[in-house]
Every structure is written in C-alpha cells, then in structure tokens.
Design a protein. Structure first.
Length: 371
C-alpha cells in the first residue's frame, strides 16, 4: 500500500491534477477506520491523488504517505475541498444521526458544497443510518438525489437508500474483507478480547462475560490479551472493569493489553489466538481474516450481521446464562474460521471498486483542462 501511494505521487510529481478528497473518520486512532482507509486507497484508480481528512495527521500521513487535512477544522476541510476534483465519503456509517445530528450536518455540508461546485460526490461502501429524526431523513433524501454514485456495505443500507430515493443500489460486503488475510497458528494460543465500553451493559452482564473468559482461560491455562481497537475508548477498559471489582483475580493475573499499530499487525496477533471474543465489528472481521476461531458479542445489528456471514456464534448483549455462554465459547475454542465463507466475503468486498471507476475519467478531464 505504501509503495503504491508513492508510485501514484511519483507519476504526478508536479501535482498538476487536483486531488480527490477522501472523507471519513480517519486519524482517530481506530484500527477499523484505518483498515477501511487502507482498502479505499488500494481501490482508487492509479491516477487519483488522495487528500485525506484526518485528526492525527502526522501519524496517518506517515502510515499512508498521503496529503491530509485536519478533519476537526471544517473551515480547513472546506478550503481543501475547493481545490479537489471530487469528494468520496469512504466506509463506515457517515450519514447517520445516532452519534449526533451535528455529525450528520458536517458530512452534509461537504456534500452540498461539492455539488454546488459541480464536483462528483461518491459514497463508497457506506452503511446508512440509523436516521432517528424526521429532519435527518429529509436531509439525507435531499443529498442522495444529488450524489454521483454509491455502493453500500449491506443490503439493509441499500434498502433504506432506495426508500429515500437513491437510484444507486450496488451492494457488497464490508470493504475490510478485501484486506490481505492471515494464516491461523493458534492451537495452544491465548484468548483475545476485542471489547469496547457499552453504556447499556450493566455490571452483572460484564461479570458474566468476564467469568466465562476466566473459566476458559483457567481450563486451558491460557493468557488473555485485551486488544483495544480504539485507542481512546478501549485502552482503559480492563482497568475500569477492575476498579468496579468485576474482574476475577485469576483473569486479572493472566491479562495484558496489547495494541497493534496497524490492521496488518492486528491480523498477525489475532492469527495466534485460540479464541477471539469480539464486540468491535472490525475486530470480528480481522479475526476471521486471520483464520482465528471467533465468537461475537453484538451491541449493534451490524455486528450480528457480520457474525451470521462468518457463521460464528453471536450473543446479543444483555441478560444471559453463564453455562450457555461457556458452552458456546467452548465449542468454538480452537475451531478456525471456514475458508469457504471468507473467499465469498472477500469477492463481495471488491465490488466497491466499481463506484470509484468514474474517478479515472474525472482525473483525465481535470488534466485536460489544466493544459
């Protein structure tokens, strides 16, 4: 990936062609979003020069060797958009109001400004919604009527887009499935937890899952690795649960935090796991890509949908039974993910590149105008 970006820049040393803005939740120390960006950059046409919206610009620019703008400074992003030839909203669920209505307004403003300046707007591998407010649905309907192309990461998003008047119905799997897969080497390996704070998850439910992990680890004499996918949100979870008196002493003694810096490092770590218990969507996907045995704890329908696609055990967060949980996780222990399912999901992830093909034509027209 790094080599390809450098080749792209070397082929355009003068910067004569305007860049393409890639807008997303990038540079926020989230391995899942870094994985989405890695796939997006690979699927971009060769002649496209990316300009990425990012919070931690230095880290992201070093990782991907690309131009960046601070995504948390709307004025700077709008100024950068002015010199771009197109806008791509890349991966995740950006058009939603569950984070906040302000978040939806942020991406809506960029789309409207791009359209007013006759710049193509593409939605790449998007999840759509939830849209809980009537005004949100009206706004998104207005936007979808004006975009130049879209692909959706799941059928539910495509159906909602159609209800809101969108004419684009290309559907693929989550684009992270297109990353390079690993090779499982986990017999005798640790248990890996890709967990996140969840406000609705009360102490008794946390204690149930922690007791299940403790029992599995003790039976197999395994270490437990806590893998924080989001540096700010997840890194303190073990300490926070310990301070609440929820972590059994044996589990605490076996536990350690290890945070990979890149999705590739995460896949390498996950490939050595005897079992991965994932709450994070992209933790679940990367674990399956690593070939590791994986089970899911679903705080969101997107996690449950991915678990169904993988064919792994999935439990909705909330009241449960320790014996039932333990039985399901024991059945999955050291049982690697089925390769046949992975191949199908990887093929489906490649369809998102189709929505980016029009950028090659835009680049050519932009270059012709510059001469």
């Amino acid at each position: 990936m790094l080599r390809r970006n450098r080749q792209r820049q070397m082929a355009n040393p003068t910067g004569s062609r305007a860049p393409v803005m890639l807008c997303g939740y990038y540079g926020e120390h989230n391995l899942g979003d870094d994985a989405l960006l890695a796939v997006l950059l690979r699927q971009l046409p060769e002649d496209c020069r990316p300009l990425i919206t990012a919070h931690d610009q230095a880290t992201l620019a070093a990782a991907f060797d690309a131009e960046t703008v601070d995504r948390r400074r709307p004025a700077a992003v709008l100024a950068a958009l002015g010199r771009c030839q197109a806008l791509v909203l890349g991966g995740g669920s950006l058009l939603q109001d569950s984070t906040s209505f302000s978040s939806l307004l942020y991406y809506s403003l960029l789309i409207v400004v791009a359209c007013l300046n006759n710049k193509p707007v593409l939605l790449w591998a998007q999840g759509l919604g939830p849209l809980r407010r009537r005004r949100s649905r009206r706004l998104v309907s207005f936007l979808l009527a004006r975009i130049s192309g879209a692909s959706w990461r799941d059928g539910e998003s495509a159906r909602l887009a159609k209800q809101l008047g969108c004419r684009f119905d290309l559907v693929g799997s989550d684009p992270v499935w297109a990353l390079q897969s690993g090779s499982w080497s986990g017999p005798g390996g640790p248990i890996v937890l890709c967990w996140r704070p969840v406000a609705s998850l009360k102490p008794p439910q946390w204690r149930l899952y922690l007791d299940a992990v403790d029992t599995l680890a003790e039976r197999g004499e395994r270490q437990v690795i806590w893998l924080p996918f989001h540096r700010e949100q997840d890194s303190s979870l073990l300490d926070d649960l310990h301070k609440q008196g929820l972590v059994p002493d044996g589990l605490l003694a076996r536990s350690s935090n290890i945070r990979p810096e890149t999705p590739a490092e995460a896949i390498e770590l996950l490939s050595s796991a005897a079992l991965v218990v994932a709450m994070r969507l992209h933790g679940l996907i990367l674990a399956a890509l690593a070939g590791a045995p994986v089970v899911a704890l679903s705080y969101d329908p997107k996690v449950a949908a991915a678990a169904v696609a993988i064919g792994c055990d999935c439990r909705n967060l909330g009241p449960d039974n320790l014996e039932t949980v333990l039985a399901a996780w024991t059945a999955s222990f050291e049982q690697p993910t089925q390769e046949k399912r992975l191949r199908q999901l990887r093929r489906q992830a490649e369809v998102h590149s189709q929505v980016l093909n029009s950028l090659a034509t835009v680049s050519i027209k932009s270059s012709d105008r510059s001469h």
